[in-house]
Write a protein that binds this ligand. Sequence first.
Ligand SMILES: [Zn+2]
Length: 240
Amino acid sequence: MSAHYPCPDCNEAHATTATSCPSVRGFVLAWQVRNRTVIGCAPCVRKALLREAGVSSLIGWFSPTAVILNPVFILWNLARAPFIRDDADKLARTYEKFGIPAPRAPMTLASAVAILSAAMVAADGRVEQAEVDTALRLGAERIPGFDAAGFHAALADRKTLPDAPQLAALVGEKLHRDEALTVLGLLRDIADADGSFDASERALLERVGQAMLRASADAGALDGLVAQGASPDTGKTAPA
Ligand SMILES: [Zn+2]
């Protein structure tokens, strides 16, 4: 897992591990065992266990049963603390147990372009190897830091991708006209890679192109791209 939530304790490091933290509180006639789950960066989780042991050693004694359990839990927490390390598997299982969605990396321009590329590969309802290969090859050539892993992930998740025109509008806000045309040219060449530029691919390119160029305040450049099939990078022209 490469993305992380911030550590809820210090808010400075990433949350990288999780542990259980048992304790008992005794009352005069009753007692209560608790088992908190602590998530955070390793130093904060270590501190949480030690803090619990400290608090328990002060106030965990006030019933006969608590007196028996308290030293067990104090020793458990003290013994665990030095061995708390970053533990991605434990953290992932803890998130799953509590229904916390796995953290996602914030979207970058490169990953947004990768998602648009995946959307174009899937536009005609088929995932063809020629289009996948073209997307990876041209993406790496033309887009600095093209997110190949994000492209594969988006392709696997293609039923739940973000709305392509909305994404394109966000991307467009960050791009100059030339850059937007480079992205649109990439999408056009991906659509072409299987030898047919069909209606669904054309519709997607139009909607994405309008949203992106409107956002980058450069409307008007789209006509040539869609109508003639000209690639803005090479200037080559497809047969009419
Ligand atoms: Zn922390």
